[in-house]
Design a protein around this ligand. Structure first.
Ligand code: ADP
Ligand code: MG
Length: 514
């Protein structure tokens, strides 16, 4: 008796398990070589020929267009990691893949899936305790925050900019949006500009938008600006142009032109008389209006994007106005300075010192599109980790030191766990070794030797990581070298990797509709 369509595909038992595990492992394997300061980049080319060059785990996995449902779950691990803490995506995916690899061995040894799941959950709880023990006792000050930012960017394609100088800007930006209620991470944006291969970043105390003045004769800079944000067309409405004029004399034509002129002039005068120094509108501005307003010294931006309009409103406190007649002084927003600057192909407007919100923009310039895209991702990660570290005040040693400590604690506690579950708990510790092993492999070292040395150093010294500095690798206390990660990044990686791996292991029946 068939209860399903003949076309649907069904895989059961061990076959289902091993196919899922294999797919999950393959995905993790794909990002493994990008881990750490000496990790390599990947170039992804989509069907349209678009190229992305990146070192970022979540970006790689999303660009890969993965279809296998179990593999997709590992992609989700990276995504949720990105969403929750903004960094550690490669770590989370690689750990998830190795948890699956270890599970495969256990299944082969006839350890039941539910025993593996229980063991993994128990081990993950021990891991969280181990992380808590690794948290630095020192206060998370600017120096530590800089180290957190720098650790997250080391080895990323940051063009001519050093991770160190970028980290300084990142910390300054995050400090700027720190309030009594916490860190308003969303108030920091990154704006990149392709062109001059200048190696400078700038922290703009406000927002940057891709817009140019409506007229060349307008001022390029306005101080202490009163700002109007309009959704109004400043000109004869496009709809009116199609209106047919029954014109059969020159006089009538002149009258029609005069009427239009005075209508347009009326708009310009209304705007000028309102007292606004700077006008942003989401609609068109007639050249005659621009010309008039340029003469009046008003700076106007036309056809601005809806999201730009929203950003201006939230930074300056302006109220959007939908009809010119409604424009009042109370609708104006304010900013200390608005300036327009030309960058070859495009113009940018800098809105600084907005009255409504403490927003800042990390303004970065880089040689090419690919460089600035990767820079934007790296800085985004750094902003996230610095914000996370500042908010929680908890940082742990990087460079594999925390993973070594976690694995050690799990192995110690495993001794007291009865039955086959002990095998699963120990397997979890083995899976975590992948992080230091991969860091070693990616710096060209023998992963087994490095792991043995690291464990020995951990045993005798306590904190021990594989610190990479350019070509040299040292086994030492990562805190001494400023290699630090937020505790939350490690916690999230362990939790999301455990969740995905246990979910995949438990599946023994895959039913796919055609
Ligand atoms: P992820 O996507 O997991 O953040 P990364 O490629 O950013 O992957 O690598 C992060 C790992 O690199 C962390 O374990 C971090 O501690 C480690 N790391 C950062 N800087 C150094 C360094 N100088 N030496 C060794 N390890 C480092
Ligand atoms: Mg990272």
């Amino acid at each position: 008796m068939f209860i399903m369509s003949e076309d649907s595909q069904r895989t059961q038992g061990r076959d289902a398990q091993s196919s899922n595990i294999m797919a999950g492992k393959a995905v993790a394997e794909a990002v493994r070589t990008t881990l750490g300061p000496r990790g390599m980049d990947k170039m992804l080319v989509d069907s349209a020929g678009e190229v992305v060059i990146t070192n970022d785990g979540a970006t790689i996995l999303n660009e890969m267009d993965i279809e296998h449902p179990a593999a997709q779950m590992i992609v989700e691990v990276a995504d949720s990691q990105e969403e929750e803490v903004g960094d550690g995506t490669t770590t989370a995916a690689v750990v998830a893949g190795n948890l699956l690899g270890e599970a495969e061995d256990l299944i082969e040894q006839d350890v039941h899936a539910t025993t593996i799941v229980e063991g993994y959950h128990e081990a993950s709880a021990i891991a969280l305790e181990a992380i808590a023990e690794q948290i630095s006792e020192d206060t998370v000050d600017d120096e530590v925050l800089k180290q957190v930012g720098e650790s997250s960017m080391t080895g990323k394609g940051t063009g001519g900019l050093t991770a160190e100088s970028l980290a300084e800007t990142v910390v300054e930006a995050i400090r700027h949006v720190e309030t009594d209620d916490g860190v308003a991470r969303d108030n920091v944006t990154v704006h990149t500009q392709v062109g001059a291969s200048s190696n400078a970043t700038e922290l703009v105390p406000g927002i940057v938008i891709d817009e140019e003045p409506a007229h060349e004769g307008m001022p390029s800079e306005v101080e202490d600006a009163s700002i109007a944000v309009l959704d109004v067309e400043l000109g004869v409405r496009t709809g009116d142009i199609d209106a047919e004029y029954a014109i059969d004399s020159i006089d009538q034509l002149n009258t029609a032109i005069d009427a239009e002129e005075s209508e347009v002039r009326g708009y310009a005068e209304t705007v000028a008389e309102s007292g606004a120094d700077v006008v942003f509108t989401t609609d068109d501005v007639d050249d005659r209006v621009s010309n008039y307003l340029a003469n009046e010294g008003v700076l106007v931006f036309e056809n601005i994007g809806n999201s730009d309009a929203r950003d201006i409103v939230s930074a300056t406190g302006a109220r959007r106005v939908g009809a010119l007649d409604d424009l009042e002084e109370s609708d104006f927003g304010h900013a200390d300075r608005i300036r327009s600057e030309n960058f070859g192909d495009n113009d940018l407007a800098f809105i600084e010192g907005g009255a409504a919100a403490e927003t800042v923009t990390v303004f970065v310039r880089g040689g090419t599109e690919h460089v600035v895209d990767e820079l934007e991702r790296a800085i985004g990660d750094a902003l996230d980790v610095v914000a996370t570290a500042l908010a929680s005040g908890e940082v742990v040693p990087g460079a594999g030191a925390t993973e070594i400590a976690i694995a050690d604690k799990i192995r110690q506690e495993a001794a007291g766990i009865e039955g086959r579950k002990q095998l699963a708990v120990t397997a979890f510790a083995d899976a975590l070794d992948v992080i230091p092993r991969t860091l070693a492999a990616n710096t060209g070292q023998d992963p087994i030797d490095a792991l043995v040395d690291l464990r020995a150093a951990h045993e005798s010294e306590g904190r021990a990581g594989l610190i990479t500095d350019g070509e040299t690798v040292t086994i030492d206390d990562p805190f001494e070298y400023g290699v630090v990660d937020p505790a939350d990044v490690k916690r999230e990686a362990i939790e999301s990797a455990t969740e995905a791996a246990t979910m995949i292991v438990r599946i023994d029946d895959v039913i796919a509709a055609e």
